[in-house]
Design a protein around this ligand. Structure first.
Ligand code: PLP
Length: 428
């Protein structure tokens, strides 16, 4: 029998490559984790959703590191944490206000839980689905919404961050809670840049994206007392009943890494990246972002190809940008080499820099209703006036253009096409 997946991985592992993509371990194993470690809830081990043994102990260690009231492990990525956060807010009958640059996992959770968010649009100024979120915009929405829950994504896929401290302050002034999708920010563990320290009530960290953790490993952090007793039970609503011990072990090892090595590794990488940004500034337009996301505004597809020839694999590339994703597991030496390689490349201009605008979008049905309806897939050119069924996102960054239940218009068709989306799923 052919083994195409294994063969691909084996080949990729054997090629010398600078991995500027997820996961955050960059292929460097922190310890021997083998098939022999892959167990279930045997005698002496623990059970993730009824933890009172080794898992509970390890989660307590994580909670101390992140300075939270409670931290739960997820072997289903931030996706599971987002489902849990939204379910907890829904139990309290809170209205969900969300900044529109959400990841598709938020939309799936809305469909599962029958949530219809009130949207705040970020300032999508750079011509792609990433932009500024302000505390003022959040306050404007909160003035008209009682018993609210605000949901923001920071950093977003391109590394753009929001002023969480200011947004948290506004939320708490209006008795709202703040949920942060920090899938891209786990490397700020325990520091003043982490959403929990900045005042978020709950947040999710994809440890696997930015820290040395196996894919699927994430932390759900809770600082809102009222949700603690129901957190585990709520998580189990959506999760597999067989959470991977390998993933949990790698979260356990991640705790040790955070305590003993994260700070010095971060200092080394941030310092090297600062030098890189300075060195390349004459040749590249750099999108303002948190340090570990290096987003260059150019024809990303072309640059990704040039870098691939030089044995560098990026996280993401499109006609507007390229994302080179670092983690504390990269080294100063790797970044020096990349600096040299970037200087040898010839970036071509981005193919378009027209601002993305979302003038009024009409909604005909709820996200859940649209997702559950009979649908068909049609050419995007024929979609004017049709209602979006399953959400179509450019993946990555997996941020919605039209959300399920919304009427697709000419402007949205233009954005779909700019992102290379040629077919859309609409209600029949
Ligand atoms: C911004 C953002 N949020 C959430 C997720 C989902 O995270 P996970 O893959 O850990 O489930 C992703 C995944 O890429 C993401 O980019």
């Amino acid at each position: 029998m052919e083994t195409p997946i294994y063969d691909f991985l084996k080949k990729y592992e054997q090629e010398p490559k600078l991995r500027l993509h997820m996961p955050g371990h960059k292929g460097k194993s922190p310890a021997e984790i083998s098939f022999a470690y892959d167990i279930t809830e045997i005698n002496g081990a623990d059970s993730l959703f009824e933890a009172d043994g080794i898992i509970a102990q390890s989660e307590k260690n994580a909670s101390a590191l992140f300075k939270t009231k409670m931290t739960c492990y997820s072997a289903g990525g931030s996706t599971l944490c987002i489902q849990t956060m939204l379910a907890l807010a829904k139990f309290e009958k809170r209205s969900i206000i969300a900044v529109r640059n959400v990841h598709r996992s938020f939309l799936s959770a809305c469909a599962l839980l029958d949530i219809q968010p009130q949207w705040i649009y970020p300032d999508y100024r750079a011509g792609f689905l990433s932009g500024e979120i302000t505390a003022e915009a959040v306050e404007k929405e909160l003035k008209n919404t009682s018993n609210a829950c605000v949901y923001i994504t920071s950093p977003d896929y391109l590394g753009k961050t929001a002023d969480i401290k200011a947004i948290a302050e506004v939320c708490h002034r209006y008795d709202a809670i703040l949920l942060v999708d920090n899938a891209h920010g786990a490397h700020t563990a325990g520091t003043e840049n982490h959403p929990i320290i900045q005042g978020a009530d709950m947040c999710c960290d994809s440890a696997h994206k930015m820290l040395p953790c196996l894919t699927g490993g994430a932390y759900l952090h809770i600082n809102y007392e009222k949700y603690i007793s129901r957190a585990k039970q709520t998580m189990s609503l959506f999760a597999s009943t067989s959470p991977s011990y390998l993933i949990m072990a790698s979260l356990d090892l991640c705790n040790d890494y955070i305590e003993n090595q994260l700070q010095s590794d971060t200092a080394e990488v941030v310092n090297a990246l600062e030098k890189l940004r300075k060195k390349i500034s004459g040749q590249y337009k750099v999108y303002s972002s948190e340090p570990f996301h290096l987003t260059l505004l150019c024809n990303g597809i072309d640059l990704a190809e040039q870098l691939r020839e030089k044995h560098v694999e990026c996280e993401y590339a499109d006609k507007y940008c390229i994302v080179l994703l670092f983690s504390p597991k990269n080294t100063a030496r790797e970044i020096e080499i990349l600096t040299m390689l970037l200087m040898l490349c010839e970036p071509k201009p981005a193919l378009s820099d027209t601002a993305i605008e979302f003038p009024h979008i009409e909604r005909k049905m709820s996200i859940r209703e649209a997702v559950m309806s009979e649908s068909e897939t049609i050419n995007v050119n024929d979609a004017d006036g049709r209602i979006c069924a399953m959400v179509n996102v450019p993946c990555p960054p997996a941020v919605p253009i039209a959300v399920s239940g919304e009427v697709i218009n000419k402007n949205l068709i233009k954005i779909f096409k700019n992102y290379g989306i040629s077919v859309v799923n609409v209600i029949k």
